[in-house]
Design a binder for this molecule. Sequence first.
Ligand code: B16
Ligand code: MG
Length: 218
Amino acid sequence: MRRKLKAVIFDLDGVITDTSEYHYRAWKRLADEEGIPFTRDDNDKLRGVSRGECLKILLKEKQVSDEKFQEIMNRKNEYYVELLGQMTSKNILSGAKELVLGLKRRGIKTAIASVSKNTRTVLQGTGIEDLFDVIVDGYSVKNTKPAPDIFLFAAKELGVKPEDCAVVEDAEAGIDAALAGNMLPIGIGPEERAGKARYRFEKTGDITLTKLLEIINF
Ligand code: B16
Ligand code: MG
């Protein structure tokens, strides 16, 4: 029989906040400037993927110099950060805050593990910087999702074994990372994206505290 899990690690973009819309708008503005076709479906492939990897996906076979690559990445980030300036607590996905508070009341540890280098800005802008026990971000580890490193680092910071952690993720790369780290993946989103997770919900608001407690206490 499996023991009770001791911690839940949350991804940020697409799980706790609706910032994926801002990522989409920033990439779209950049793609239009560069004459690269880019749709909302294309944006789904960029979920949970680091900024540099996103640009490689966007460019496909198109070759650019290292300087140009860096310049495009910086420009995308400028557009994204500009949009983050509009953020308020309204950008927290429905039910997310209540879920984390409920876990904490029951003594279950919580962390944010996001590959975004803007994690702190997003948490500050939405007013939830103090909600989590641990925050790890795009600066914490070298290998990003689907490598398990970011989740393993979060578990270490929480003082919990990887096998005692559940991970809530909206990206295929993040679900793969949780599996590679021997953690219990809970997917958010459609079957095509989150189908590899052990449990799946269409949106964060569908995970009630009761359901989550059942999952981690099985
Ligand atoms: P930045 P997550 C990810 O956040 C996003 O899903 C992904 O689209 C983005 O490219 C990545 O962060 C890097 O973000 O450009 O701000 O460093 O899902 O891991 O919370
Ligand atoms: Mg995400």
